[in-house]
Design a protein around this ligand. Structure first.
Ligand code: ADP
Length: 635
């Protein structure tokens, strides 16, 4: 391990590994297929970056979020480590150059988005790379039973066939036991090998509040707890309304949602991270990749779709280990909106097919063509052109993605890039012959390195300032150099994309499996049901409920959630309540027992036993029938 610790120190400046990091690195170093479950912010990246730096070869990292991928690459490059990213927002030529560099340029990390894995270009090149490890980030996306299945993840098993004997490290922050099994199976693990830390978050106070006036309650929590926090809501309009409401009540708050311009979003996130604003009111678009340790509260105004999402979002509070609050505000109308959500998420198969055909026309994809093509895509424009409802359209596209016809990518914020495609001699000749370009070319070469071996990001604004000309003049210069085949120039672009993963189908050949659709809907409903249960339950310790959902049974009651707090009113210790309840459970398990007898059977001070029995009856865990016969209700 010593060699790994030295690498950790040299490149990252940390002295010690965090819990579990060491075990994961050890397992990877031994060449074992490994599935590691780590909470977000637990330090997943280190677990593969360190061992890869200790060995020859390159590591392939499959990860779905392009923005995060670019952050990670930038982070590695900053530390002097050669890393590259390949995703659908790049041109074919760029991908080509990048992959070549990975074969011959002693790169250490190649990040790739899943929809690129199946392409011939990628497969041909990767077979030639000296790969030493395959990393699968957000590994739950490979499971059909997970809450975020992506069919392109299934391509990873084919990647493994291309790279026999190369171990895989799968990473995820949330996975239920059946998903844990499924991930290992789908990734063809040689042997089962799961490393995980308990999901218990001792400093997090889980609170559920049943209230008709959520806004008032939210304000109370924000004022009571203090510090910075996040308020999650389901729709964009509400982010703005609530942020306004908070501002009127002297809370420094900002709204945040995916409909806002990237620059604005980045600015809001930065202000909040630096504690210039206290509260971010956001949709679930906010949070991925944020690394703020001192978030004191996460308030949910609406129910998330699943415990997985809730746990991830609530878990953004208190990463610094100090007390923090995860508050869920709930009332009866949430059940109705959950039912509506199920409908929106599952439009009829007929509707989904209509969306597919409209999409083909909208993007002008010829029948039988379009495979692996990448298209700019504006959802709102598409929906309004064909008079579809935007949310149902989005759900339909998701269903088409799961069926393997298309891939949706998040907004890609790509800067402009240049690549000198002439040799130095030729370039010199050009400079002599075109004196007017000479100083501009010199400026480019002075400002950016590596422009002869690949695409390098540039900033027209910066160049304009340096040359004391307008941005448009710079643009015209670059265009001309590109036309003259001196450079390749790709102007900046920001847009979400759609990739056709298969050729466009005609009416007769588009197939969406009914049984698959029904199964998915059932699973979605089940997850929603668990989420509702969590909100409605006033009996079981919140922490215990969440842990049990992720397969950790037998956890201790946290003693600090709203349920435990209620129980604390019994004036018994947490331990005593647990012991008495367990005794009751054991005693009643085998059949009905007389209530009068129960107290005696427990062999515990009767006044204490009675308190717990009464509490259990109040919370409908002990049921009385015919006056004094009881039964224990398992949950
Ligand atoms: P994840 O991918 O699990 O969300 P990251 O890998 O981004 O988390 O790490 C989260 C933060 O923890 C980063 O700021 C990282 O520098 C820090 N970190 C990771 N490992 C260590 C360590 N061993 N010692 C100190 N800080 C660490």
């Amino acid at each position: 391990m010593e060699v790994y610790r030295k690498i950790l120190q040299r490149y990252w400046g940390h002295d010690t590994f965090r819990p579990l990091q060491e075990e994961i690195i050890q397992s990877v170093a031994e060449g074992k297929d490994t599935l590691a479950l780590m909470p977000t912010g637990g330090g997943k990246s280190i677990t593969f970056q360190v061992p890869v730096m200790a060995h020859e070869g390159i590591c392939i990292v499959v990860t779905p979020l392009i923005a995060l991928m670019k952050d990670q690459v930038a982070n590695l490059v900053k530390r002097g480590i050669k890393a590259m990213a390949v995703y659908s927002g790049l041109t074919v030529r760029e991908i080509d150059v990048a992959l070549d560099n990975c074969i011959y340029g002693d790169y250490k990390f190649l990040y790739v988005s899943p929809e690129r894995l199946g392409t011939e270009l990628f497969r041909a090149r990767v077979a030639k790379m000296p790969v030493n490890l395959i990393v699968v980030d957000e590994a739950h996306c490979i499971s059909q039973w997970g809450y975020d299945f992506r069919p392109s993840y299934l391509q990873i098993s084919r990647l493994r066939e291309l790279l026999p004997g190369i171990p895989v490290l799968a990473l995820t922050a949330t996975a239920t036991p059946d998903v844990v099994d499924d991930i290992q199976e789908k990734l063809h693990f040689g042997e089962k090998n799961v490393l995980k830390k308990s999901f218990e978050r001792e400093n997090l106070r889980y609170i559920v509040k049943n209230t008709e006036d959520k806004t008032k309650q939210m304000l109370k929590v924000i004022r009571g707890v203090g510090g910075q926090g996040i308020v999650y809501v389901r729709n964009r309009k509400k982010t703005v309304e609530i942020a306004d409401f908070l501002a009127k009540n002297n809370v420094a708050a900002e709204a945040y949602h995916a409909g806002m311009k990237m620059e604005l979003r980045n600015e809001k996130q930065k202000d909040w991270s630096k504690s210039k604003t206290d509260v971010i009111v956001a949709t679930n678009a906010f949070g991925m990749g944020i690394d703020k340790p001192d978030v004191r509260f996460v308030i949910h105004m609406d129910l998330p779709d699943s415990i997985e999402s809730y746990f991830q979002e609530a878990g953004r509070a208190g990463r610094d280990g100090k007390v923090a609050f995860a508050v869920l505000l709930y009332n009866d109308s949430d059940k109705i909106s959950m039912d509506r959500r199920i409908q929106v998420n599952f439009p009829s198969i007929e509707y989904v097919k209509r969306v597919y055909h409209a999409l083909g026309s909208y993007l002008r994809v010829p029948y039988g063509g379009g495979k692996e093509n990448v298209y700019d895509f504006n959802l709102l424009d598409f929906a309004s052109t064909y008079k579809f409802h935007p949310l149902t359209t989005y759900s339909s596209l998701k269903i088409l993605q799961r069926a393997g016809y298309i891939e949706l990518t998040d907004e890609v914020n790509n800067p402009s890039r240049i690549f000198f495609i002439t040799g130095r001699d030729e370039l010199y000749r050009f400079q002599v012959e075109n004196a007017s370009f000479d100083s501009f070319i010199k400026l480019l070469l002075r400002s950016y390195s590596g422009v002869f071996s690949g695409f390098v990001p540039i900033d027209e604004e910066f160049l304009a300032r340096k040359a004391s000309v307008s941005r448009d003049v710079v643009y015209q210069y670059l265009k001309t150099l590109s036309r003259q085949k001196i450079i390749q120039y790709i102007p900046a672009k920001k847009t979400p994309l759609i990739v056709f993963t298969t050729e466009r189908m005609d009416e007769g050949s588009l197939f969406i499996s009914t049984s698959d659709y029904t199964e998915r809907k059932k699973r979605f409903e089940k997850r929603a049901y668990y989420m509702l249960q969590y909100a409605k339950d006033s009996y079981r310790c919140r922490s215990r409920t969440l842990l049990a959902y992720f397969g950790e049974t037998g956890a201790k009651a946290c003693g600090t959630c709203d349920v435990c707090n209620n129980r604390n009113d019994l004036n018994l210790s947490k331990y005593e309540v647990d012991v008495i309840e367990e005794k009751i459970r054991e005693t009643v398990k085998h059949g009905k027992v007389l209530l009068d007898e129960l107290v005696d059977l427990l062999d515990y001070p009767p006044e204490k036993s009675l308190k717990v029995i009464r509490w259990l009856i109040d919370h409908e865990r002990l049921v009385c029938e015919n006056g004094n016969i009881v039964k224990y209700v398992e949950r």
